[in-house]
Structures are given as C-alpha cells and as structure tokens.
Design a protein around this ligand. Structure first.
Ligand SMILES: *Cc1c(COP(=O)(O)O)cnc(C)c1O
Length: 382
C-alpha cells in the first residue's frame, strides 16, 4: 500500500506549464509573475497592499521593522507555534514575551495577553494554530485600548475566516506562509498584507538591500536592507495554486469532518475544536491534530509515530512548546511556565490531511489509530 504522508501539495499540469513558461522566458527571478501574484492577492484581501517575500519568516521580520519594533520593545506571543514566530522577534533585537494558550483553541489566551501588557509592550503577535483563527474582535479591542501594533502570524491561516472577513482582509500587519506544507504554496515563500503604500515601499526596500529605483535609471540606498525577494519561478506556482485555494480548503473541511465522524471515541483522543456553526471562527483545516492520551497509554509519542509508519501512515508533530528549546531556556524560561502549551506540545500529533486525499485514506488512518492505540490502552489498565 502506498505511504500516506501527513501532507502533500497539489500541483496541477497547468501550474507546471506556468513554471516551464517562466523558465523559458529568460526572466526567472523577481519580475512580472511576482507583481501579478501581489495584485491577485491584493484583490483577495480587499485591495490592501500585499508584498511577497521568500518566506513568511522574512515577511514577519520585516513586519516588525515596518511597525518600528526593535531593541527595548516587548512582543507578546504564544509558545505553541513554529519557532519562527519568536525567532523573528529576537532577530530585530526585541524581546518575546510568551503567555500560555487556551486549552481548547490551543491559541494564545487573550486574558493572559491583557495581563502581560506593560510599559515596554509594543505589539501582539497571535498565531492561528492549525488554521483556527484567534478571536479578531477581542484581539483588536485589546490592541486599540493599549495602543499596540498587531503582527498577525497567519502563516497557517490562508483562507480562514473570522465572522464575514477572510483573515488578511482586515487587521494590522498580516503575514501568510506559502511553504510547501501550507494550504497554498510557492514551494517556499510568503507575503505581508500591509495598511499603506508607504509601508509597502518600506517593505520592498527591506527585502532587497534598501534599494530605491529612481525614475532616471539611477538608484539610492537609504536604509539597511536584506535579501528576501521571491522568484518568478515560485510566483508562477502561486498563480497556479490561487484559483484552487477555496476548493482545496473545502476538501480539507470535508476530510476533517470525516475524521470527527470516524475516529473511535473509545480511544480517548482529545480532538481539535470543530468549526462551531454558530460561532464566527472558520478554520481552513491546515492541520488535524488530536492529542494522545499519553498518561493512559503504554506507548510514548515516538513509538506511536513509528507504529503508524509501519502501517504506511505519516504523522507529524506541530509543535513542541518552544520556550523549552535550549535557546529560550537560556533566556530564563523553564518547564511549568505554560502548562497548557506544554501539555498540548507533548501530546499533539498531526494526522494526514491534504486536498488530494480520498475518503478511504481517512478511513485507513482511523483504522490504524484503533489498531495502534487500543492494545496500548488495554496494556496500561491490565
Ligand atoms: C510556517 C510557519 C511560519 C514560517 O513560514 P515560512 O514561510 O516557512 O518562513 C511561521 N509561523 C508559523 C505559525 C508557521 O506555521
């Protein structure tokens, strides 16, 4: 039986032809395809300026710089994310301030955010983990009341919605990732949705050596810039993906619904929050992540992953709580600081979920879950 990975991008023949066209064109780095993708994304996000970068990590770093966050400033964020979220705060010389997540949503707990706000706080950086959106109404109410910037790490949230708004179409600075594992991909890449053309110009300078092109063919450099521009080869992949994004996300939602329906409740897995039909949040189902009932199992997480692998099923881990990494321990964080993030980070597993999956693949995963977990549960109670 074929190995079922936890994710796989869907790239159609038209996209491959679009990439080949760029490769034959003689212009393969930043050019017309990047400008076209920026224009398409801007349309999607209500006409707001959008600028591409070679990764969401780069987009987040420049978002902090555009917002004027630097040495002496604090940025409140979640410890339960890909480590890029906090790394970029350090990169610009500011201090990340972690607060614990909500046990149910697994996203940053906005009560904790409010309590952590102090004189040095400049920004909040929320993450929509697995695509489940943070409460945007409450988030921006807090930000306005304390005059804080919001840098949305919406890397996983392309196509997620809060109320009648797609993530990215409102808010302050919003970064999206186009990494191969995300719901929309350019292999590697990302973008920032900004508020003003002036900020977009600053972003352009930051991503390419601080250069301003002048009308007479001259150039000037007035700030330190870096090198984080996207290529037209990558943008062509994105242009091929964009018409399919909504269908991809609908298929993801169907597959997630099937997991909810088919996972045996007796296994004791703690499932993610389903989309609440009455509530305003809509996940793009970037990932489907149950928590293993480890205290009731005779299996460690690594052994569970191995057992699934022998059944031809790929399982991911997204993510261990990042304050427990050596770099962050050295800065003073320790076990016990964020009990929810630690408990989730220690027991989370990512099941296969990608648009090309068939219903039968979900059933196969559910079957393997039962085969692996049931005997492990019995052993523990025997
Ligand atoms: C993927 C991801 C990033 C980084 O995106 P890249 O495009 O790989 O740099 C940042 N934050 C979160 C939450 C992510 O999932």
């Amino acid at each position: 039986m074929d190995f079922l990975p936890f994710t796989r991008p869907s790239i159609d023949e038209a996209t491959i032809a679009g990439v080949a066209e760029v490769l034959r064109s003689g212009w393969i780095t930043t050019g017309p395809k990047c400008r076209e993708l920026e224009a398409r994304l801007s349309e999607r996000y209500g006409g707001r300026p959008v600028r591409l970068a070679a990764s969401a990590t780069g987009a987040l770093e420049y978002a902090l710089r555009v917002a004027g966050v630097g040495p002496g400033d604090e940025v409140i964020t979640t410890p339960l994310s890909w480590v890029a979220t906090a790394n970029v705060v350090l990169t610009v010389g500011a201090q990340p301030v972690f607060v614990d997540v909500d046990r149910r949503t697994r996203n940053i707990d906005l009560d904790h955010v409010e309590r952590a706000i102090g004189a040095k706080t400049r920004a909040i950086m929320p993450v929509d983990l697995a695509g489940l959106p943070v409460d945007r109404d409450r988030l921006y109410e807090i930000a306005r009341r304390h005059s804080l910037r919001v840098i949305e790490d919406a890397a996983q949230a392309m196509g997620s919605r809060w109320a009648d708004r797609e993530i990215g179409s409102t808010g302050d600075l919003v970064a999206l990732s186009f990494h191969a594992n995300k719901n929309f991909t350019t292999a590697e890449g990302g973008c920032l949705v900004l508020n003003t053309e002036a900020d977009a110009r600053l972003f352009e300078k930051l991503r390419l050596q601080g250069v301003t092109r002048l009308a007479d063919g001259e150039m000037d450099v007035d700030i330190v810039g870096y090198k984080h521009n996207l290529t037209d080869v990558a943008a062509a992949i994105g242009l091929g993906q964009l018409p399919h994004l909504d269908a991809f996300n609908r298929r993801r939602a169907e597959l997630a619904a099937r997991y909810f329906d088919r996972i045996d409740p007796a296994l004791g897995l703690e499932l993610p929050l389903p989309d609440d039909p009455g509530g305003p949040g809509r996940s793009n189902w970037h990932m489907f992540q149950p928590l293993l009932p480890l205290s009731r199992l005779s299996l460690a997480r690594g052994e569970f992953i191995e057992a699934m692998k022998t059944r031809g099923i790929g399982i991911g881990v997204h993510y261990p709580a990042m304050h427990r990494f050596t770099l962050y321990r050295r800065m003073g964080w320790k076990d016990g600081d964020f009990p929810n993030a630690e408990a989730i980070g220690a027991s989370t597993v990512t099941l296969p979920l990608f648009p090309a999956m068939r219903d039968a693949d979900v059933d196969r995963v559910c079957q393997a879950l039962s085969e692996v977990i049931e005997p492990a549960l019995r052993n523990r109670t025997a």
